[in-house]
Design a protein around this ligand. Structure first.
Ligand SMILES: [Mg+2]
Length: 456
């Protein structure tokens, strides 16, 4: 029997939803911990029973999403770009971008579920069927480059085809004659917080945001007054050489968290790194200091990368224009979500800059990153930070398990983010102790308002 086009379409559209009449009724959160860091998760509820999943950036605050609730209630979540433009003014760099970005992801999830299509399809279709993943690798405590090499070698044996490690000046703190700084400052760092110059190796906790810790933690690279001696540079270079001796030269190796040192010292170190074929060196100075990036990139032949703290695609453009970066690394949950990442991908094509995607969050953010990476013409890899967390994959139901096979994730066809449900029992087991409760009512945010017009 011949079917009409209308009959074909209606068979393929989720009939429990009438997308044009879909309306947001509620937004609630649950604060998960240890996946791999603090992950504030979002649910957007609708008048048709569909629920969209979102997530704020790692170590962000759910408040950044909840303050948007009153601006979204009653709106059709399928109008993703329209709603994004309304809430865009409430995002900002780093974790501040988390609310707008997390909501954007949840809106796409709802639109996909309502119309029955995966996120990558709504972004224009896919360029690949599987997405390469790279695995961040840490070695706990005092160790050598050889030890790091062995840890990375294990990743290669697990099938990963792209590697990243941390290498920072904190390993020099107890080595005499390797660092100099204003008298007493290195002792301050050791006393108040070893994490202050290399905080990302661990999870950020509230204590780092208080008192003297906060003061030290927030001194930017150029203002610490820390310099690396030739002996210190020898040690850092020796570490990289030992790593390469173990893992060989055939596989890309990126480096993060050099530490808060002056850019002149960065340049001295990066020149030494040229012969080790480094994929990129990340965040060597605050991202908004465009002229620093320009100077470093033009002073050495190592690819320079930044971007995980940059809000909106347009904010990347000065760095791309001046040739300050060879690789950008947006986090979907800071940049503003999937569509901003797609826009950045287009910008990268124009300037001839590569993209990798930063991701240190739960399977919700991960699936958003995988779908978006599938829809980008060029992408090196998506980051994965949770390989040593055995329960991470089980947080989302309906996705591949194991999700990562031979260093890749297969791009799924299921609607939205392709997550059928969250594992509520598992989330309950790992709720952040400082933020108990799951998906509790958020009525106190229903009447939040201001004059949102940005001009007079
Ligand atoms: Mg980083």
């Amino acid at each position: 029997m011949n079917k009409t086009i209308t009959e074909h379409i209606s068979e393929n559209v989720n009939l429990c939803s009438n997308p044009s009449e879909l309306k947001i009724t509620d937004i609630r959160v649950a604060n998960l911990n240890g996946a791999p860091k603090h992950c504030p998760l979002i649910k957007i509820y609708t008048n048709q029973g569909l629920v969209g999943y979102g997530e704020l950036r790692d170590a962000s605050s759910a408040t950044y999403a909840l303050m948007l609730k009153s601006r979204l209630i009653g709106e059709n979540p399928c109008n993703v770009d329209k709603l994004f433009r309304r809430i865009k003014q409430f995002g900002g760099p780093s974790r501040q971008g988390g609310g707008v970005s997390g909501i954007e992801i949840a809106l796409w999830d709802l639109a996909g579920k309502a119309w029955g299509v995966p996120l990558w399809q709504m972004l224009g279709g896919k360029f690949r069927d599987k997405v390469r993943v790279y695995c961040d690798t840490d070695v706990e405590g005092k160790h050598t480059g050889h030890d790091m090499g062995l840890a990375l070698k294990k990743r290669m044996e697990q099938g990963f085809t792209f590697l990243k490690m941390d290498l920072g000046i904190e390993m020099l703190l107890d080595e005499e004659g390797t660092l100099n700084a204003p008298a007493g400052f290195l002792e301050d760092i050791k006393k108040y917080s070893m994490k202050a110059i290399n905080h990302q190796a661990g999870s950020i906790d509230r204590s780092l945001m208080l008192g003297k810790n906060y003061e030290i933690f927030t001194i930017p690279h150029y203002a610490t007054g820390i310099h690396v001696t030739e002996k210190g540079l020898d040690m850092l270079e020796g570490y990289v050489r030992e790593v390469r001796e173990v893992i060989g030269y055939e596989i890309p190796l990126a480096i993060d968290h050099l530490g808060h040192i002056a850019i002149e010292d960065c340049i001295r170190f990066l020149r030494r790194l040229e012969k080790y074929n480094i994929a990129w060196v990340e965040d060597i100075t605050p991202w908004h200091l465009t002229h620093h990036y320009e100077r470093v990139a033009h002073s050495c032949a190592v690819p320079i990368c930044t971007g995980e703290d940059i809000y909106l695609a347009e904010s990347f453009e000065p760095l791309l224009q001046c040739g300050g970066v060879s690789v950008v690394q947006p986090d979907l949950l800071t940049i503003g979500g999937a569509l901003e990442t797609k826009k950045l991908g287009d910008m990268c094509e124009r300037y001839g800059v590569a993209m990798a995607i930063h991701m240190a969050e739960s399977p919700i953010a991960c699936m958003a990153a995988i779908h978006t990476a599938a829809a980008l013409q060029n992408v090196l890899a998506v980051e994965y930070h949770s390989i040593d967390i055995p329960w991470w994959n089980d947080l989302a139901l309906g996705i591949d398990n194991p999700l990562f096979r031979d260093g890749f994730v297969k791009v799924p066809d299921k609607p939205g983010l392709s997550i059928e449900a969250l594992n509520e029992e598992l989330i309950a087991e790992h709720i952040h102790k400082d933020y108990p409760g799951m998906w509790e009512p958020t009525d106190e945010w229903n009447n939040e308002w201001a004059n949102d017009r940005e001009w007079s």
